[in-house]
Design a binder for this molecule. Structure first.
Ligand SMILES: [Zn+2]
Length: 277
């Protein structure tokens, strides 16, 4: 289950990872807290700038904008392989934790019983809107609430998620000491599905995420994560909970990697040639 503030956040932050999970047969629920109708209004702003704007676009109301964005989200979700999209449609100007929303999200978590939750790192660098921070504090509070359900009081038993993966840390140091340990500690190689992430981002045309922007974002953000991970393109995560292993874990990817030469293998894809606009 993903828990994000806005419709496109799920795709930009973890769309590649979700595509790989979908290919592995996993069920994916995308929970989106706000309708996102007030942000990234590129489609409408472009029209307002014209001398003779198309009034059907220029005069769109909030309901029109939200419905248009939902249609884009549905297409993107299909491309990625998201099983179910749940939109709670709160206003995206929300700037504080609300108990009622925590209850709503807790109810979704208890109903879906996800093994894993993905949401933003709470200090998301997208400072233009701290709705991302609110979304994650809501998700974490909801996890706490679902974890304290009592069957005799709440009609359902407690539920604990096994792991939470936090996205969108701004930097990708490759060691655990730099930046006082604030770092991604898991990378998912999205190179095999990078074309689907591009195609899903191309769906969000109304907010200017399609075309060149999709390719630039993936080249830069996922390319930089890929550099840290030793692959072409990766999505980075910070685990909320410690994990316990029988012995010290070293992944197959870590066993294979040759730090001196891996830059050769992670520089081979030209996104603009492979996935033309
Ligand atoms: Zn967002």
């Amino acid at each position: 289950m993903t828990v994000y503030a806005h419709p496109a956040d799920t795709i930009t932050n973890c769309g590649g990872t979700l595509a790989r999970h979908a290919d592995a047969g996993d069920e994916i629920v995308a929970l989106i807290l706000t309708h996102g109708g007030r942000i990234h209004a590129n489609r409408y702003a472009e029209e307002w700038r014209k001398d003779n704007p198309d009034e059907a676009i220029a005069a769109a109301g909030l309901d029109d904008i939200v419905e248009f964005k939902k249609a884009e989200l549905r297409r993107a979700a299909d491309i990625v392989g998201i099983s179910r999209v749940v939109t709670l449609d709160h206003d995206d100007s929300s700037a504080a934790l609300q108990d009622s929303l925590v209850d709503e999200v807790a109810a979704q978590i208890a109903a879906e019983r996800p093994d894993v939750i993905i949401c933003d790192y709470p200090q998301n660098p997208v400072v233009a809107g701290n709705t991302h921070t609110v979304a994650t504090t809501t998700a974490l509070a909801a996890l706490g609430r679902a974890g304290t359900y009592l069957r005799n009081l709440d009609g359902q038993s407690e539920y604990h998620v096994k792991q939470v993966f936090l996205t969108s840390l701004p930097v990708y140091p490759v060691d655990g000491l730099s930046l006082f340990g604030v770092r991604n500690d898991v990378f998912v190689d999205i190179t095999p599905v990078v074309g689907r992430k591009i195609a899903a981002m191309d769906c969000f045309d109304s907010q200017g995420y399609s075309g060149l922007f999709a390719r630039k974002l993936i080249e830069s953000a996922n390319g930089e994560a890929g550099r840290a991970a030793g692959v072409n393109f990766a999505e980075g995560y910070y685990r909320l909970y410690n994990e316990t292993h029988g012995t010290l874990p070293v992944t197959p990817a870590a066993m294979e990697v040759d730090p001196l030469t891996r830059h050769v293998s992670y520089s081979r894809i030209d996104l603009r040639r492979e996935y033309p606009v």
